[in-house]
Ligand binder design. Structure first.
Ligand SMILES: O=C(O)c1ccccc1NCC(=O)[C@H](O)[C@H](O)COP(=O)(O)O
Length: 203
């Protein structure tokens, strides 16, 4: 089966159209994290989701969300919640969507904490600084035992290196943000999104 593709950090309706037309399976939107240049409001996320094809599943991408933020995300129309950083007990209990737990390369050792969690349906393995366009040593993932949950590779992927990443790591899904942005760093680039999807699937 070919690798799935997740395009992260959508900020506009135009991004939604490009991601849908390119045939990606997942779209991520950063919410409740104003430090990110890709942070958007839940209202904006609703507008973007309305413009996505029904085939594209959506993720609210968050960092150590509070219980109240998780509750708002539950009701905002996403399919998944992707959590970077901590998941407090209160936030975990409040989560009604399947959780994709993101691990920075520095905290992969924490993976065991989530292995028996019923709500966690997948893992994202990312660089030390998320959304930075930086890659990491993929051999750090070699010892991770696959447990049937979605295994998502992120961090510094691009149309140029995604085929090699798929061949080397065999992820279920590849996840990209910076690598499909315009050279100016603002907004996603249609041609790069299409090339990323095509190159990921070429393996
Ligand atoms: O993108 C952000 O600014 C961001 C903010 C807060 C939490 C997560 C964030 N990004 C996560 C991702 O977009 C992905 O994991 C991503 O695919 C990896 O980013 P990149 O290296 O830029 O491709």
């Amino acid at each position: 089966m070919s690798v799935k593709v997740k395009i992260c950090g959508l900020t506009s309706v135009e991004d939604a159209k490009n991601v849908s037309e390119a045939g990606a399976e997942f779209a991520g939107m950063v919410v409740f994290f104003p430090k990110s240049k890709r942070n958007i409001s839940l209202e904006k996320a609703a507008e973007i989701m309305a413009a996505l094809s029904d085939n594209v599943k959506t993720c609210a991408v968050t960092v150590s969300p509070s219980k109240e933020q998780v509750r708002q995300i539950n009701d905002a129309g996403f399919d998944y919640i992707q959590i970077h950083g901590r998941i407090d007990d209160d936030a975990y209990s409040a989560a009604e969507l399947p959780i994709i737990k993101a691990f920075n390369v520095t905290d992969i050792a924490e993976l065991d904490r989530y292995k028996s969690s019923e709500k966690v349906c997948g893992y994202v393995f990312d660089a030390a600084e998320y959304g930075s366009g930086k890659s990491f040593d993929w051999s750090l993932l070699d010892s991770i035992k696959r447990d049937g949950r979605m295994f998502i590779l992120a961090g510094g992927l691009s149309p140029e290196n995604v085929s090699e990443a798929v061949r080397r790591v065999h992820p279920d899904c590849v996840d990209v943000s910076s690598g499909v942005e315009n050279d100016s760093g603002s907004g996603k680039n249609r041609q790069k999104i299409f090339s990323f999807v095509e190159n990921a699937r070429s393996v």
